[in-house]
Design a protein around this ligand. Structure first.
Ligand SMILES: C[S@@+](CC[C@H](N)C(=O)[O-])C[C@H]1O[C@@H](n2cnc3c(N)ncnc32)[C@H](O)[C@@H]1O
Length: 353
């Protein structure tokens, strides 16, 4: 028994190092197995029961798009009937019932052509699971979610993710609704961060119309555009020009200034930062904002170095926390390599103040 982690292809070593850390912290012994470029990591636990007792979800991990507890490994499926062995394998797992079904595949060059199979197979499997009373008739996020992950057209893993894990999208990739006229592709990054780093209740509480925000490194204005769409007033800091479509919202004020020295005259609800800079420098400046009480919440990027990417992420996040703690300001964080993040991760930080 094992865990399956889906990640960005090329980041298997980071995902493997992270799951090794996360399982060690929960006293689960085992080892990760990964092949570079395949977009997945498998963690082999020596004691299956240990994994079952200590749920690990993708929301606990930075480099995991999906984290699934494997129920069955079906390496030699007959394309003429893949459903029967799956139903048999699920019955062997005991009296399990699921509230949702996700059929997916890794995001690698070799597995991406499986998208069509995943789609059509999901349509065929869903009614069969309902007839067998393994899947609820209506989607129910309060129950376990069943995952079928195709590694090839003959090889599938069956697994489950935790009830209430709000990050259950196929491949762990959220569906976004960003208008085509957004000023930059970066807009998708912030929208994804808002969708995947916060739960529904947090979004309702934390993103209210009329709130204030600062966008550091704002040009051409994708992130400001996403905030303005939610009727949040934005001060956009960048020496570069902002697109007319952002300024035209009437909610965004542009200041030409240095994002590493500028500070707000009054505290704001949000600070977001997409400045391309050394991650250590960004982490330190982000901590300044919390230490001085300039913002209550923040979303910022940490660019990844070429080497030792996982170690560098851990060091930068712990430096950020230490700076805040030493100043007596407890700050919580959630960090993720988003689908739209290439060589970077995105961090949500918030204080109770
Ligand atoms: C990746 S772009 C930001 C894209 C933006 N988030 C969007 O959605 O359109 C990085 C921006 O950071 C700005 N930048 C880099 N260093 C900066 C600094 N010290 N102060 C202010 N802006 C800076 C650059 O001018 C650039 O426009």
């Amino acid at each position: 028994m094992n865990l399956l982690i889906l990640c960005r292809p090329g980041f298997e070593p980071e995902a493997a190092a992270e799951i090794a850390d996360a399982t060690a912290r929960r006293d689960i012994s085992g080892y990760p197995e990964a092949t570079r470029g395949e977009g997945w990591v498998r963690f082999h636990a020596f004691d299956d029961g240990a994994v079952r007792g200590k749920a690990i979800s993708a929301s606990d991990l930075i480099f995991a798009r999906q984290c699934v507890r494997i129920l069955a490994d079906l390496p030699d499926l007959d394309p003429a009937d893949r459903i029967t062995p799956m139903l048999d394998a699920l019955r062997d797992c005991g009296d399990m019932r699921f509230g949702e079904l996700i059929v997916e595949h890794p995001d690698s060059d070799t597995a991406r052509p499986l998208a069509g199979l995943a789609r059509s197979f999901g349509n065929a499997l869903r009614p069969a699971l309902r007839r067998a009373e393994i899947l609820s008739n209506q989607p129910d996020a309060g129950m376990y979610c069943l995952h079928v992950c195709f590694l090839s057209s003959r090889h599938a893993l069956l697994g489950l993710s935790q009830p209430g894990d709000h990050r259950v999208w196929p491949q762990g990739i959220p569906r976004l609704r960003v208008p085509k006229h957004a000023p930059s592709r970066s807009a998708q990054k912030l929208e994804e961060a808002l969708e995947s780093l916060m739960g529904e209740e947090e979004r309702a509480q934390w993103l209210k119309p009329g709130m204030s925000a600062v966008d550091l490194g704002a040009a051409p204005g994708g992130w400001s555009f996403i905030l303005a769409r939610r009727n949040i007033h934005v001060t956009a800091i960048d020496n570069g020009p902002l697109s007319e479509s952002v300024l035209g919202t009437g909610l965004v004020r542009h200041l030409r200034a240095d994002g590493f020295t500028w500070s707000p005259p009054q505290p704001v609800d949000w600070m977001v930062c997409d400045m391309v800079e050394q991650p250590r420098r960004v982490a330190a400046r982000m901590a300044d904002w919390f230490v001085h009480g300039w913002c209550r919440r923040a979303i910022f990027n940490l660019k990844l170095p070429m080497k030792k990417r996982y170690a560098e992420v851990v060091a930068n996040l712990s430096d950020f926390h230490n700076r805040c703690e030493n100043a007596g300001v407890p700050v919580q964080t959630r960090a993720r390599q988003l689908y739209h993040d290439r060589e970077e991760i995105t961090v949500l930080a918030w204080t109770g103040r």
